[in-house]
Design a protein around this ligand. Sequence first.
Ligand code: MG
Ligand code: MG
Length: 260
Amino acid sequence: MIYLKSAAQIAAMRKAGALLYDVLIKVRHAVKPGMSTGELDGIAEKLIRDKGAIPSFLGYRGFPATLCTSLNEQVVHGIPSDTVVLREGDILSVDCGLILNGWQSDSAFTVGVGNISPEKQALIDVTEECFFLGARRAVNGGRLQDISHAVQTHAESHGYGIVRELVGHGIGRDMHEEPSVPNFGRAGQGVRLREGMTIAVEPMIAMRDPAVTELSDGWTVVTIDKSPCAHYEHTLCINDRGLPELLSYPGYVFTEEERK
Ligand code: MG
Ligand code: MG
């Protein structure tokens, strides 16, 4: 069942999202060659706990860290480690969730480490564009797969592949609520979108073949052909004007370009 949130509940989720935004800005600024993903994880956990919040990934089904840190061909769920050191030219996806006063927020970004190839930068940029084009479709009265279709269309127009095994999701008191939010689909299909819905939209895009497998650590998802991947995610609500509001990106306003 889909839990619609009241204005007060959305206000609480806005606070969780604002904290997560601050955490991820600081983690992003810490990314540089020579830094380990374990160090990034320590930074994030401290920032979250210092504000009285709880890292939601830590202990989730046994996951051992605050962040998921996924390098290059790793799509998602990479485990931070002091022995995984960032190198110039890598691309790193960082995913983080937290709970503040009982409310969840979930957000991810991909960033280049030092100088990266134009091809990798284009993948990162298009993945972000996919997110914004999809999120823009999260309007009262629309259909869920309007979001999915917008993501898929943009990614495939660049020759990229949609990772289909992993999807976005409803979010609220639980990190994963209904509905699932796939990154592929048909416009006009899926559940009716309503004011008060809160979802995480999260395109996961491969440069080439999007077929994936899981590493023997039981977590890390990688592309089989080693295609680099990018991931971008925000928690959003459909607000009392029936429009999308990015809870984990405070103050973001959709541009005219994204409305097309
Ligand atoms: Mg996430
Ligand atoms: Mg998520």
